[in-house]
Design a protein around this ligand. Structure first.
Ligand code: AMP
Length: 539
């Protein structure tokens, strides 16, 4: 007789039960409402993707990719082949990276093992090779047969490349994060041809094999958003941070600290990283094993270290702010000015490098009280160039991910659950009713704020904020344009109204409101704008 067995959720994975699940729903709904007022539309992504997508974008040397991904093979019968190939490549890479004597014998033996495994399967009829794979196999075998005679660098590299090319099943991974998937989807669906910047948000689970503790799980949830397009004005970065602040305020998460930094670009960062590496090599003996390894693999990550005995030494390291190129300096200064204009308090943190390879220039993190050591509730940054790296056209990008588990923990910790729920329940019902619509952000804008002249921007920014707070979906371009061009873009984006703000309007406090469908226009005073536009929407 079968023995009665008690099943339990796997380590690091948990159930979310009522009444807590109600808070989760509320928080996620609030994100939808706030993000949609900024013109974002939801993207639903697959839970698993090709492993290579994450390796290429997040970086194969990062902890996430090298240690924490849950992977499986497209054909489970051939998992031994996948492991044998991965083992050979790993041996080569660790030898190539380390400064110690190479161990070519080991490497050659592991490649041989891989080849023999393939042949055994073929001979026993388990595996049938197509022509391309057959050619790759014979090409690898011919390099292998020279193994005894050659010892040139080129030979090892050749062997590695041919081993890598001989791949018999695809590897998939449960997504450890979602930016890579958003970028893949952006390219796959040709979204670069859409007008303006593409603004997408996602909500869902991510998977990382981390050591579980409070606030750190193996299946955890993120609410994230990305802005992809041609523009990289720091106003976009500041608006994204403003949206986060609004979201956190709306769920009742107060007392957060926002950290910002700039980690430079392709021009200036490599030089800084070399400086940093040179300094780190000098103090190598004083560092722990992780940091010692990172001197080789990713010196920036040493700045992330929380080890108490490394802190004093880290404080003396060169700082990236002193090594930024002129363009990056300007971008960072403008970001700070834009945050100040929006009344957003922040702290600069030169050690905020973020773990993933794709970040550049702006990085930011939001920390919440009541969470102990896992206190980051949101991380993000700019990643211009990632779209190109994954095979798309030159594109700028910025995004963030909020850790929902931690956000909820922080809300619960401060007994704010009731308040958030009450506030949510008493929210303007008209706004709630419309925000449930699943229409794409790019086709469901209420208002396009067409501003002209730098002096008009602060008023345009405040007007956009006021309209968004009233639940309207608003696009505020980061740069101004001639009126005709602005109205053309407003029309393409599907906006119902354009609010026109030039210097005269700033002085008079009276804005021109244009109905885009029939070109009707009228002047509306600042204080009547919300009523006018909401009235028009309900017609
Ligand atoms: P990252 O994708 O690593 O930039 O993380 C973004 C946010 O996701 C972090 O600030 C955390 O709030 C959250 N997060 C990351 N990893 C975990 C995890 N293992 N468990 C819970 N939350 C996590």
């Amino acid at each position: 007789m079968a023995e009665a067995r008690k099943f339990q959720a796997i380590k690091g994975v948990r159930d979310i039960l009522p009444p807590e699940s109600a808070l989760w729903n509320r928080v996620e709904q609030m994100a939808r409402e706030v993000f949609e007022t900024y013109g974002f539309g939801e993207i639903r992504l697959p839970i698993f993707e090709q492993t290579e997508l994450f390796a290429r974008s997040v970086g194969s040397e990062t902890d996430i990719v090298s240690k924490e991904m849950y992977q499986f093979s497209s054909n489970p019968q051939f998992e031994d082949l996948r492991d044998a190939r991965a083992q050979a490549l790993r041996i080569f890479d660790s030898v190539a990276r380390s400064s110690s004597q190479p161990l070519p014998g080991f490497f050659v033996a592991s490649v041989r093992e891989y080849v023999e495994l393939i042949e055994t399967k073929v001979n026993s009829g388990l595996l049938e090779l197509n022509k391309e794979i057959e050619e790759r196999l014979s090409s690898l075998k011919s390099v292998l047969s020279e193994a005894e005679t050659e010892d040139e660098q080129k030979f090892w590299l050749d062997l590695r490349i041919k081993t890598e090319l001989l791949k018999l099943s695809e590897d998939f991974a449960l997504r450890p994060e979602a930016t890579a998937s958003v970028v893949r989807a952006y390219i796959e669906h040709g979204m670069h041809t859409l007008p303006g910047n593409v603004k997408l948000y996602y909500i869902g689970p991510m998977f990382r094999r981390e050591r579980p503790q409070k606030g750190r799980y193996r299946q955890f949830y993120q609410i994230g958003a990305e802005v992809l397009g041609r523009a990289d004005h720091p106003r976009i970065d500041a608006e994204v941070i403003e949206m986060l602040v609004r979201f956190f305020n709306s769920v009742g998460l107060t007392g957060t600290t926002r950290y910002i930094n700039s980690i430079g670009c392709k021009q200036c960062r490599p030089k800084y990283v070399e400086r940093l590496r040179a300094e780190l090599v000098k103090v190598k003996d004083k560092l722990g094993a992780d940091s010692q390894r990172r001197i080789e693999t990713n010196p920036l990550r040493v700045l992330d270290s929380k080890l108490p005995n490394e802190q004093e030494m880290i404080a003396t390291l060169p700082r990236i702010a002193d090594h930024l190129c002129e363009d990056c300096k300007k971008h960072y200064a403008e970001l700070r000015a834009q945050l100040a204009l929006r009344g957003i308090a922040y702290e600069e943190n030169w050690r905020l490098v973020r773990g993933l390879d794709y970040y550049m220039r702006t990085t930011f993190e939001i920390v919440a009280p009541g969470l102990g050591s896992q206190n980051a509730v949101c991380g993000g940054g700019r990643y211009d160039g990632l779209v190109e790296l994954l095979g798309g056209p030159p594109t700028k990008g910025i995004g963030f991910a909020i850790g929902t588990d931690r956000l909820i923990l922080s809300l619960q910790d401060r007994s704010l659950q009731d308040r958030a729920l009450q506030e949510a329940a008493s929210r303007d019902s008209a706004a709630a009713a419309t925000s449930g619509s699943a229409a794409l952000a790019t086709t469901s804008l209420d208002v396009y704020v067409a501003w002209m002249g730098e002096k008009a921007y602060p008023t345009a920014m405040k007007t956009a904020r006021m309209l968004r707070e009233a639940g309207l979906r608003v696009e505020l371009p980061a740069s101004d344009a001639k009126l005709g061009k602005s109205l053309g873009l407003a029309d393409k984006l599907g906006a119902r109204h354009a609010v026109i703000i030039g210097e005269n309007e700033v002085a008079s406090g009276e804005f021109m409101v244009k109905v885009l469908a029939d070109s009707e226009q009228r002047k509306v005073r600042d204080e009547e704008l919300v009523g006018h536009l909401k009235g028009a929407r309900n017609v």
